[in-house]
Every structure is written in C-alpha cells, then in structure tokens.
Design a protein around this ligand. Structure first.
Ligand SMILES: [Zn+2]
Length: 376
C-alpha cells in the first residue's frame, strides 16, 4: 500500500486494521471517482492474502513480497495502466475476485451477456461472488472480493449480498468500491465498515502526470491538473481523449463572452460537439459500452469543467471586490454564480433524458444569459 498516492486518512485506517488484526469482513471504500479507491482495494487485498506478513517495530504489518500470493500480485504491476485494468486482475490470483459490470460479458447466461453495461446484473453477483464465496480458498489463506462501481448494483443485486454480509465466512473479505455511496441500501451500508477517500491535491496529480505522461508539455499538463480536480481517473481521461481541446472550444468562448459582452453564437454547438465527440470515442474504445451512458459521462465531465472554471473566476473576482462599495461583490460574483446554476440545470435536464443536443444548446444560451452585461 506504500505506492498509493495521497489518501493518508484512508490508508491509516486500513493499516490500523491490519496492525490490530481487526479487519472488518465487509467494507465500503467511498469517495470521488478516480482517486485511488480501487487501486487501494487491490493493494489491501495483497496485504490480506499474504501468507507470511511482516510486522515492523511499530507493529505495522505488511505483505512479505516473497510468498506465492505476493508473487501473483506482483506479476501484475503495470496492469493499472492498461485499457481494462481489471481484466488482468480478474484472472491473476485464484483468491482475488474482482466483480465489475464488464463481467456480464463473460456470463454463462446469454441474457446477462447481451445487456448493455449500465448496471451490474444480479446474475453476475450470483456467478462471480456468491458462488465462489461458498467455496474454500485455493491457496488456503483467505479470499477477497472487490466489487467495483458497487452503486451499479440494483436493489435485487444488493439484497443478494446481504446474506454474505450477515453471515461472513472467516477469512473472506468483501470491499465495495463506490463513488455514489448514497445509492447503496442502508441495510448494506450499516453492515459495512466505511472508509472515506478524498480528492488528491494538485501536487499529487502533477507528480502522477510526470510519472505516467512525461510527454505532455508544461501548459497541457497544467491544464490537465486543473481539469482533474484531484482525480487521477479524470486526469487520465483528459490525456487519453485529448480533452485539452475542450478548453479551446468551450472555455475560451466563455472567457471572451465574459470579457467583451459580445455573444458567442457557436458556444452551444461547440459544447454539443465536444460531448458527442468524447462519447463516440469512448464507445469506439470500449466494446459493448452504451452510447447513452457515454453521453451522460461526457456531459457530466463537460458540466464539471465549466462549473469548475466559473468557481475559479469567482475566486479571482472575490479578491478584487471593493468592500467599501455596497452590493459590489454581488455584482461581480452574480454572473459566475449564474453559470454554475446553468450547469446544475443542464445536469438536471440530462437526468430526465431530454435530448442531449438540445441540452447543450440550452446550456450555451443559459451561459449567455448569465454573462451578458458583464462588461457593460
Ligand atoms: Zn506474502
């Protein structure tokens, strides 16, 4: 676990469980997407499945690195950089069971196999979790199940897990990884130990970019760090799909609009083209991915990029406010607040399945409404 970037509180909590040998049989790793929850779950599994953990003078236990189990884990290093990092992990260690929505593609059940991947079917839980959970571990040193994107389990899937949570088999551990903890049933949450993960700081993201994407020029790297908002998942997407172009296509017109007060008639269309381009590239790169889910993901990335930009502009504007002039701060901050509200409305419309292109046009117009008159 020493290689995990940031997350000192979560790592302390997990190390403490290992040191006191009080590892909870079911845990929820929750926090924003792309901050290392899944990577930490795998690193934690390596510690749990080690045959011969080493305890240092401070009482901290860590995996030995030499046993059969540790060697299986270490044979995987680098897998996290591949397109589907869980694919390699799934088959690497007989007692590490990774459950993801992608497993539906390998199900024995043709109906489960043919679905688009927007949820984890209950059939996947039965086949890849409940089934193996009832068997003895292959290496005789326990078993770990990691459910990635656990919020994609519907109520039936979550209810299927309850029995395992209520009657844990000794030596069997379950980690539910989620960025939307509120979508887990209260009955699930109350039976799990919760471990909170937070966004990484910009320095950690910059360090990660330097290690994994040294090819980026300084300006692009800086843009990616801003876009990432503490998430390596977002940073990685930004690099892979060259989202720095979104800055030129969408943020630059918004900046001009705020400065000149002159309309940017192409803004809505540009937002739509960026979102559509990303969704199409995503579906092209992921077999069986759903265009609808890709659209939603792209739109949500777009929304957070714009509101994040508006928040930065508000912070700058707030510093320049004249505290002596009544109402000056409202006057300076209101346009950007309007942009943030426009994005919230955009996200609300998307969740009620309004046509994506119309939503993007609407967002463009709402941004105009909020910002026009700024320069006047
Ligand atoms: Zn070991």
């Amino acid at each position: 676990m020493d290689r995990i970037l940031g997350q000192p509180a979560a790592l302390d909590a997990l190390r403490n469980q290992l040191a006191t040998q009080r590892v909870h049989h079911a845990q929820v790793f929750h926090g924003p997407a792309g901050v290392g929850k899944f990577t930490t779950a795998v690193a934690f599994a390596r510690e749990l499945l080690c045959h011969d953990p080493i305890t240092d003078l401070h009482g901290n236990a860590s995996a030995c690195g030499a046993c059969t189990s540790c060697k299986l884990f270490d044979s995987l290093s680098g897998a996290e950089d591949s397109d589907d990092p869980t694919a390699a992990l799934r088959s690497a260690h007989p007692d590490l069971h990774i459950v993801t929505k992608e497993l539906a593609l390998f199900s024995d059940d043709a109906q489960v196999r043919s679905r688009k991947l927007t949820s984890i079917p209950v059939g996947v839980i039965q086949e890849y979790l409940l089934g193996p959970a009832s068997l003895a571990p292959a290496l005789n040193h326990g078993k770990v199940f990691i459910v990635d994107e656990a919020e994609l389990l519907n109520n039936t899937g979550q209810n299927a897990l309850l029995k395992t949570l209520e009657e844990p088999t000794p030596g069997t551990y379950l980690v539910l990884v989620t960025s939307s903890e509120h979508r887990l049933l209260p009955t699930i949450r109350s039976r799990c130990q919760r471990v909170a993960f937070g966004p990484l700081d910009d320095a950690a993201v910059t360090r990660w970019l330097g290690e994994h994407h040294a090819e980026l020029d300084e300006q692009t790297a800086k843009w990616v760090v801003g876009f990432a908002q503490g998430s390596l998942g977002r940073a990685s997407l930004a690099v892979r799909f060259e989202l720095v172009e979104w800055g030129t296509a969408v943020l630059s017109p918004i900046q001009r609009l705020a400065k000149s007060g002159r309309p940017e008639p192409q803004l809505g269309a540009a937002i739509g083209e960026c979102v559509d381009g990303f969704a199409a590239a995503w579906v092209g790169a992921h077999k069986n991915a759903s265009k609808e889910a890709a659209n939603r993901r792209a739109a949500s990335l777009m929304g957070s990029m714009i509101s994040n930009y508006a928040r930065r502009r508000m912070a700058i504007a707030a510093e320049q406010c004249d505290p002596e002039t009544p109402g000056h701060s409202d006057q300076v901050l209101a346009p950007w607040l309007g942009v943030i509200q426009a994005v919230s409305e955009f996200e609300r419309q998307l969740s009620s399945n309004v046509n994506l292109k119309l939503c993007c046009e609407g967002l463009g117009m709402a941004i105009h409404g909020a910002l026009l008159g700024v320069a006047a």
